[in-house]
Structures are given as C-alpha cells and as structure tokens.
Design a protein around this ligand. Structure first.
Ligand SMILES: [Zn+2]
Length: 101
C-alpha cells in the first residue's frame, strides 16, 4: 500500500513514516469522539505523531533505516498507532484551532 523506495536518505524515511502515520490516523481518528477533525487539528496530530516516531528512528544510520522498516513493518505500524493515539489525546485536550482566525 505504501510505496517504499530504496536508497533514499533521511528525507524519504521521513516521507515513509508520514505515509504510515497518515494511514493510521485515517483509520483511528473516528474512534476518538473528542477529536475535532478540522484541517488544523488533523495536521497537528500528524505533526506530533511524526515527531514522536522520528525520535525513535533518529539513531539509525542512514541506509540501514529502510531494511529495518521493512523487516519490522508490523512494529512500525504498532509504533505509529501508539504515536497517533497519543497525539489524538494531546490535540483533543488542547486544540489549537480556536486560537487562530
Ligand atoms: Zn479543530
């Protein structure tokens, strides 16, 4: 479902994780009744979840990241799910949308 390109650098790893995060987010956003699914809140959740995930993979040497991501795809999705759930809680508790416009 998610295209993986080999031989990429950090930027592609980031894009890959972003795809996973967005996919997971689409799947579970409806399960949190407190979550306002406006564009701003959705982007916040994705940004927060991505920063959590990124921290976990930052230590991997470049190039090695892809092998690990493919081998442990289930683990990656589990990590993504956890990060998105936490991010949903964070954004639901204090949405930033009403502070702008
Ligand atoms: Zn909102």
């Amino acid at each position: 479902m998610v295209g993986i390109k080999k031989g990429g650098g950090e930027m592609r790893m980031k894009n890959f994780m972003e795809d996973v995060i967005i996919e997971v987010f689409q799947e579970i956003k409806g399960t949190n009744p407190d979550f306002c699914s406006c564009d701003k809140c959705s982007r916040d959740v994705i940004a927060i979840a991505l920063s959590k995930i990124k921290g976990r993979y930052a230590a991997s040497p470049e190039g090695e990241i892809f092998a690990r991501v493919e081998q442990s795809n289930r683990q990656v999705r589990a990590d993504a799910l956890l990060a998105v759930m936490e991010a949903l809680d964070t954004v639901s508790a204090s949405p930033r949308h009403d502070r702008e416009s």
